[in-house]
Design a protein around this ligand. Structure first.
Ligand code: HAM
Length: 430
């Protein structure tokens, strides 16, 4: 069979020594994942793991029919029972569905969750944009309160700060209440209709599906037209304005720097009030390392109680790329305490049991049975590459004497010690 390539827009996360790009190293992924788990633990947010596929309807109804995700990016298939399923393009709808299914709101227990895992979008692959990518995300459900928006933002901010990403820019905007947004949307549409022929093809389409999205168009002609468009900030109702001002006040009190960007609308249909994005310009065109906002009706529309929600998600790939670029990763160190080489059948059987015993006592051990003493040099080279602290060598002669040779790979010093005392000796160095 000829070699089958991985699908376009996907990548492997590999042991550091094999990773083509440093951000694909599994050791670095683990560092970021550990940090996310730790920061969420500190904020008393609970982990949730949802299925990777859900009913297509879930995303159509929540992510929204007018979003690019639903219109053109979903991996949708019929299962063998003729049900339409979709590989999750984002985590928010699945997290809410899972909380409703678990009766979380009747039990009044958990209403703040985080998740970490793969998402799937059929996008044009490029640096920072993949078809299978990974997000960690946080969702906080509760009564409408600016506190929760500021809290979600502060959690994202803290995680980015803990990663050492000082260049992060927080962009924030309000999409106001549904009623105000509808009024604004029709004013915006009227304005844009008068310029329709000059708009880009994408924006012409959006004019009829979701005119707000035209505000964040990257097309130069669109941008010039938008400069003269009516502004939502000038049409805000009192409640939306007060809510937004309170979010900003809380951020200021927590020393979180932000920039108000009245063109920030985000690409998902469910947002109202606060929307925000964390950007790091130095990582290239895909500079949004994370984004989120408030969703007012999603939970109740999905059959849950009339609570609102707010959350965000960060792209793990972009986070890793930014952290590497900022030089903020600690060098991954080897954790192998001892690499054990057995020369001959008897030695292999004895070392096998010893390795097992050592691992039960917290030692990190790797072993290699070799029938051929000439391969010893090769085994030592491998142990060196592995970064093992010690190498233990057990041949027939040592076995007969109840001894083992132990080489310190840093100093190259070699000692002989009783085999029965090897585990204790290694444990002293822990
Ligand atoms: P989103 O803006 O679609 O929001 O995605 C969040 C982040 O995921 C982006 O800022 C980006 O870092 C990363 N991302 C998105 N698409 C890709 C891709 N194709 N390749 C690599 N990274 C990507 C959401 O997904 C919402 N669920 C966030 C949210 C949670 N809002 C409220 N709660």
């Amino acid at each position: 069979m000829s070699h089958i390539q991985s699908p376009k827009g996907t990548f492997d996360i590999l042991p550091g020594a094999l990773a083509e790009e440093p951000w694909q190293s599994s050791q670095l992924w683990k560092q970021v994942e550990d940090l996310v788990h730790e920061q969420c633990r500190r904020a008393c947010i609970h982990e949730i793991r949802m299925p990777i596929f859900e009913s297509t309807e879930l995303f159509q109804k929540s992510t929204g029919e007018s979003s690019d995700i639903v219109q053109k990016e979903m991996y949708t298939f019929d299962d063998k029972g003729d049900r339409s399923m979709t590989l999750r393009p984002e985590g928010t709808p699945g997290a809410l569905r899972a909380l409703i299914d678990a009766n979380a709101f009747q039990k009044q227990s958990v209403n703040r969750v985080y998740y970490l895992g793969p998402m799937f979008r059929y996008e044009r692959p490029q640096q920072g944009r993949y078809r299978q990518f990974h997000q960690f995300g946080i969702e906080i459900l509760g009564p409408r309160s600016p506190w929760l928006d500021a809290e979600a933002i502060s959690l994202g901010w803290n995680i980015l700060s803990a990663l050492g990403l000082q260049e992060t820019e927080l962009l924030i905007n309000t999409l106001a209440s549904d009623a105000t947004r509808r009024t604004y949307q029709s004013a915006l549409k009227d304005f844009l209709m008068s310029q329709e022929s000059s708009l880009s093809e994408d924006s012409k389409r959006r004019l009829h599906t979701n005119p707000l999205r035209i505000l964040d168009s990257k097309d130069a002609a669109d941008r010039a037209i938008i400069t003269g468009a009516p502004k939502l900030s000038q049409m805000l109702d009192d409640d939306s304005k007060r809510f937004f001002d309170q979010v900003l006040e809380l951020l200021e009190r927590a020393c979180i720097r932000y920039t108000i960007d009245d063109k920030l609308v985000r690409g998902l249909d469910y947002y109202c009030d606060t929307v925000f994005e964390f950007q790091i310009k130095t990582i290239g065109a895909q500079s949004a390392v994370g984004g989120g906002g408030r969703y007012g009706r999603m939970l109740s529309e999905m059959g849950g109680p009339s609570l609102e929600g707010v959350g965000f998600a960060c792209g793990m790939e972009r986070l890793l790329q930014a952290t590497l670029q900022a030089g903020q990763f600690s060098k991954p160190s080897s954790n192998c305490h001892c690499f054990m080489i057995a020369l001959g059948h008897g030695a292999a059987t004895t070392l096998f049991a010893l390795i097992n015993e050592g691992r039960q006592q917290n030692l990190c051990l790797e072993g290699w049975p070799s029938q051929d003493p000439k391969k010893l040099k090769q085994a030592l080279q491998y142990a060196d590459k592995l970064g093992a602290r010690y190498v233990a060598i057990l041949g027939d002669e040592e076995l007969a004497n109840g001894q083992v040779k132990l080489r310190h790979m840093g100093t190259r010093e070699e000692i002989s010690l009783p085999l029965a005392g090897l585990i204790e000796y290694l444990k002293r160095g822990l």
